[in-house]
Design a protein around this ligand. Structure first.
Ligand code: BDR
Ligand code: CA
Length: 309
């Protein structure tokens, strides 16, 4: 049976790759794409989702979600993703529409109509998902699982303590981590193992397809900003790690932990504090991603992308 997923994204170079592999994987049924403000404004992330879907011929409905975080001032990431949110390749004008229904309404309706078999895959700030649980706390029991990219038990990437998706809406992340749904947290500790090294770019170009070239161009731009900002030799391709886990559960290991989001302090605002030892006395509320099988990961990504002809 295919696993039904809703991808909640803020494309974003790595979000675009997550979308491409999710739409091309027979193990998954992508029932909807929802967008959120994050790497860029909602207007831009929604346009980018439509552009990527147009290039790849993805015919899955796209719903626009929330345009700003719940409480904090908006932060975006043009230093990493450029002014468009998807700088690098030339992308066509979108031919696929945005649905009229709001993303939050779509997620609520889809969960209501489901048999409890929907997995949510957020790879941007958790604003839309938090809004779902604020409106309908009961739906936390209807979600099969939330496999999210965000947080870190170690270092952050936007502050020394906080990862971008959580920092961009810590209050929303708090709502999601306390909602009671089963969560797999795919944080920087894991995604920094998913580097797009030159051999990966070569494999992508070797596909000799529009989509292979597109992903190579996206990751080349992404690599240039990662080098400029962090001095990294190869960029970590965060968001597709979530989708890869749903395609192949053995692609990374996890460890249970109680994860709390710091919404109160200054230096640690947006930090995901992970209690692996039960020191806080709380039962685990998440499976935290630990060790990536890197070869397996890139094989999953390349196999999925090779389906675009
Ligand atoms: C996350 O932040 C964004 O820049 C990426 O798309 C990814 O979701 C990594 O911290
Ligand atoms: Ca993202």
């Amino acid at each position: 049976m295919k696993r039904k997923i809703i991808l909640d994204i803020d494309p974003g170079h790595d979000d675009a790759v997550a979308l491409l592999i999710a739409a091309a994987s027979p193990e998954l049924e992508l029932v909807g794409i929802t967008t959120v403000a994050g790497n860029q404004t909602l207007e831009k992330t929604t346009l980018n989702a439509r552009r990527v879907a147009t290039v790849a011929g993805i015919k899955v409905p796209i719903y626009a979600g929330l345009a700003r975080p719940l409480v904090r001032d908006q932060v975006i990431a043009p230093n990493i993703h450029g002014e468009s949110g998807l700088d690098g390749p030339d992308l066509p004008a979108p031919e696929v529409p945005v649905e009229k229904e709001h993303a939050v309404d779509f997620i609520i309706r889809t969960l209501d109509e489901s048999d409890g078999d929907i997995t949510l895959v957020p790879t941007g700030p958790l604003t839309n998902i938090a809004a779902v649980f604020i409106r309908r706390p009961d739906l936390a029991r209807r979600v099969k699982e939330i496999v999210l990219m965000g947080g870190a038990y170690g270092l952050g990437n936007v502050t020394p303590a906080a990862e971008f998706n959580i920092y961009a809406d810590p209050e929303a992340a708090h709502v999601v981590f306390t909602a009671g749904a089963p969560i797999t947290m795919v944080g920087l500790d894991l995604t920094h193992q998913a580097t797009a090294t030159p051999d990966v770019l070569e494999r992508l170009r070797g596909l000799r397809t529009r989509v292979g070239d597109l992903v190579a161009e996206l990751l080349t731009f992404f690599g240039s900003t990662y080098h400029k900002v962090y001095g990294m030799e190869a960029p970590p391709v965060h968001d597709p790690c979530t989708v890869a886990k749903l395609i192949d559960p053995d692609v990374f290991t996890t460890r249970p932990a109680y994860v709390a989001v710091d919404t109160k302090s200054d230096l640690n605002y947006g930090r995901t504090v992970c209690d692996f030892y039960g020191l806080t006395g709380h039962a685990p509320n998440a499976q935290v991603a630990m060790k990536l099988d890197r070869d397996r990961f890139w094989d999953i990504v390349l196999t999925a992308l090779a389906r675009y002809r």
